[in-house]
Design a protein around this ligand. Structure first.
Ligand code: V07
Length: 235
């Protein structure tokens, strides 16, 4: 099925449809998020087995704070639930965890959980697992501009800034751009996710809700990616 060579180096996923999955089953929305964490477990394992080198998962956007407080509180408990059960497997599979997004607005406890997860996995040399948490792409770009201005004022920048120089100020500094973006649950939008980094990414959409996204769907996405011819604007 999927080819062993031409595995996408970096895959990004918008994990959409947890609430809808639950509501359609007559369950509370948080049941959808709970099942969504199960899917995170399987997609991390399967991606690492496939030889994907970086996986970026959109877990919580800067816009998601507008959800009901009860739902937000539940979501903010998920990083801890995730690490409690997954840390041993992350270590076995040599996975290094990282965060994209601004930590400051997150509850102290969540910051601590993520710092500990990062610290525990920092020497792992296998797949990089990025969680985009309190992430918004426009905010990321504005933050980069402001950090650049600070450096410029300190005289650390000489002449015009090019793309390579600018990218160093993004959360994804030193990480290659995603080769493949997957979005579940039928929405055909980017929704303020990695706007800079997705410039040349292949996009793959499915109607499947995130809690139902399985190894088969991941393999389908990678297979379709392998059939595409990437030109990066060239002929
Ligand atoms: C969340 C489960 C997956 C579907 C999308 C929304 C709900 C894993 C994490 C996580 C985040 C940081 C981290 C370790 C795990 C997570 C939130 C929501 C807020 F370091 N899943 N998951 N965080 N969902």
């Amino acid at each position: 099925m999927v080819l062993k060579d031409n595995i996408p180096y970096h895959v990004a996923i918008i994990m959409d449809g947890n609430g809808r999955w639950a509501v359609e089953k007559g369950l509370p929305r948080k049941e959808g998020h709970r099942h969504g964490v199960e899917t995170v477990r399987s997609v991390v394992r399967n991606s690492s087995e496939l030889g994907i080198k970086a996986l970026t998962l959109f877990a919580f956007s800067t816009e998601n704070w507008r959800r009901p407080v009860g739902e937000i509180n539940y979501l903010m408990g998920l990083p801890e639930i995730y690490f409690k059960s997954e840390l041993p497997e992350l270590m076995r599979n040599n996975v290094k965890v990282n965060l994209l997004g601004s930590k400051e607005k997150l509850p102290r406890k969540v910051q601590k959980t993520i710092d500990e997860g990062r610290e525990a996995t920092k020497n792992n040399t296998g797949m990089i697992l990025n969680f985009a948490l309190n992430y918004g792409a426009r905010t990321e770009i504005i933050r980069a501009v402001n950090r650049l201005i600070v450096d410029a004022k300190e005289g650390k920048i000489s002449g015009a800034v090019n793309e390579a120089a600018f990218e160093k100020y993004l959360y994804t500094a030193s990480l290659p751009d995603p080769d493949l973006l997957i979005r579940t649950s039928g929405e055909l939008r980017i929704s303020n996710f990695l706007l800079w980094q997705l410039a040349y990414s292949e996009l793959w959409f499915t109607d499947v809700y995130w809690p139902d996204f399985s190894k088969r769907h991941l393999l389908n996405a990678v297979y379709d990616y392998q059939q595409r011819k990437r030109r990066f604007g060239k002929v």
